[in-house]
Design a protein around this ligand. Structure first.
Ligand code: UDP
Length: 418
């Protein structure tokens, strides 16, 4: 299917040109020129979940945007039993600095399930992009005819050394490694590149909503709006520090009245989520609402109506929820870690916090000062417009794809002279 020539009256997708009012004509023309040079490419992305979490959110928008620009870009998801995802979640945690007992049995299950996926994943693409540790060993099972790129989205400031040394055996077979920040660079033979994620302003999570549409979501979930809302939206994951959020809110509420709403979903590749959600349920009160749902319009409505948005993570490769809320002009308080440090400029377009007490005092400050919220929110939206929209991410990827141009020319897949 060539979506560029699809039915004019049928459903439409945002294209690079749709971003013109937001990013300007010069950027659009530059990106389209780069896309044109690579337009014969057939690219495949592989990750481990279709929804729940930032990687799926990025892939669902980026792959479509690439296709609207003429680059045939696919997306496949590996399948696995719960024991596989339990192991890969432990690996994810250990890459972010947690502990792991990575036994031979776990290695066997990990490698076996990836091998089974490889057996039914027929790849004949010009470029293969593998996301995160779950499908990483795929590369062992293909005769490599195209460049393979490993895109790791996790906070790699302090990976468990033993696990990392095992994973390096796979990682170093890749032609390039893409991490979110230069701080995450590792001692590797493969070249490393750095790309920060971005958001699609036209998705259900981010598009403009009317006040009625927002009210509708609040009514649906019985969320009271009589007091200002303090919101955190995150998978139920220990690194998002949900308990710290509740503690900070309770301290803040001694000074200013408000309602806390925590919404999370459970990704199919994250078996810990349900347990963490259940462990939080005992913290529910009239003014502490905790919901486990997958509802992107609710996420959007909450980020738009919140007086304060929290993302009190203790590790965060890059927090899409931070950028989503900033795009809506929210005043965001983020954990002073990982990617959030590059998303929020402390005291300018949001606040960075190092502790529960810090978070509590910023909640109080923002709830008491609508003018400050407004000023920060305006700056926040502008910083997203200039740095974190999907067209910038697409251009970064096109530059990486273009760096393999010699390979495509050699194999006659793309004609760079066009
Ligand atoms: N998200 C969602 N519903 C939820 C929680 C999160 O749709 O209940 C989305 C959120 O809007 C964002 C993504 O999932 O687009 C989370 O990405 P982020 O980078 O913040 O965190 P990750 O889950 O990847 O660690």
């Amino acid at each position: 299917m060539d979506i560029r020539s699809s039915q004019p009256q049928g459903p439409s997708l945002p294209s690079v040109e749709t971003y013109e009012p937001l990013v300007g004509n010069e950027a659009i023309e530059r990106i389209m020129r780069k896309a044109e040079r690579l337009s014969d490419l057939h690219v495949i992305n592989v990750n481990s979940t279709y929804y729940g979490g930032g990687v799926a959110e990025i892939l669902s928008s980026l792959t479509l945007l690439m296709n609207t620009a003429g680059i045939r870009t696919g997306w496949r998801v590996i399948q696995g039993r719960p024991d596989f995802f339990s192991i890969t979640k432990k690996m994810h945690n250990a890459l972010q600095g947690g502990e792991i007992n990575f036994s031979d049995l776990k290695k066997d299950i990990y490698e076996e399930v990836v091998f089974e996926n490889a057996a039914r994943m027929h790849l004949d693409h010009d470029l293969v992009v593998v996301h995160d540790p779950q499908p990483l060993p795929l590369i062992d099972h293909f005769r490599k005819k195209a460049p393979w790129i490993w895109r790791c989205h996790v906070d790699m400031s302090r990976p468990d050394p033993e696990l990392w040394s095992y994973l390096c055996g796979f990682v170093e077979r890749y032609d390039a490694v893409v991490l979110s920040l230069p701080e995450y660079a590792q001692n590797l033979r493969s070249p490393q590149r750095f790309i920060m994620p971005a958001i699609n302003p036209f998705s259900t999570t981010n598009k403009e909503l009317t006040e009625d549409e927002i009210d509708d979501r609040f009514d649906h979930y019985d969320i009271p709006t009589d007091l200002p809302l303090v919101v955190q939206i995150s998978r139920f994951d220990k690194w998002k520090d949900p308990r710290g959020v509740i503690e900070a809110f309770k301290i803040a509420r001694k000074e200013v009245d408000a309602t806390l709403v925590m919404v999370g979903n459970v990704a199919t590749d994250d078996p810990e989520g349900q347990e963490i959600f259940e462990s939080l349920c005992s913290c529910r009160e009239e003014r502490i609402i905790i919901l486990s749902v997958q509802d992107s319009a609710l996420v959007n409505a909450l980020q738009r109506r919140a007086a304060v948005v929290l993302q009190k993570s203790t590790r965060e490769g890059f927090g899409l929820t931070v950028t989503e809320a900033m795009w809506k002009g929210a005043a965001v308080i983020g954990g002073n870690v990982g990617g959030i440090r590059h998303q929020i400029e402390d005291g300018v377009n949001g606040f960075l916090v190092d502790s529960v007490e810090d978070a509590a005092s910023r909640i109080v400050q923002l709830l008491k000062d609508p003018q400050l919220r407004n000023v920060m929110g305006h700056r926040a939206r502008e910083s997203v417009r200039s740095k974190f929209l999907m067209t910038r991410l697409m251009e970064d990827w096109l530059d990486i794809f273009g760096s393999f141009e010699a390979h495509f020319t050699l194999t006659g897949q793309s004609d760079p002279s066009r």
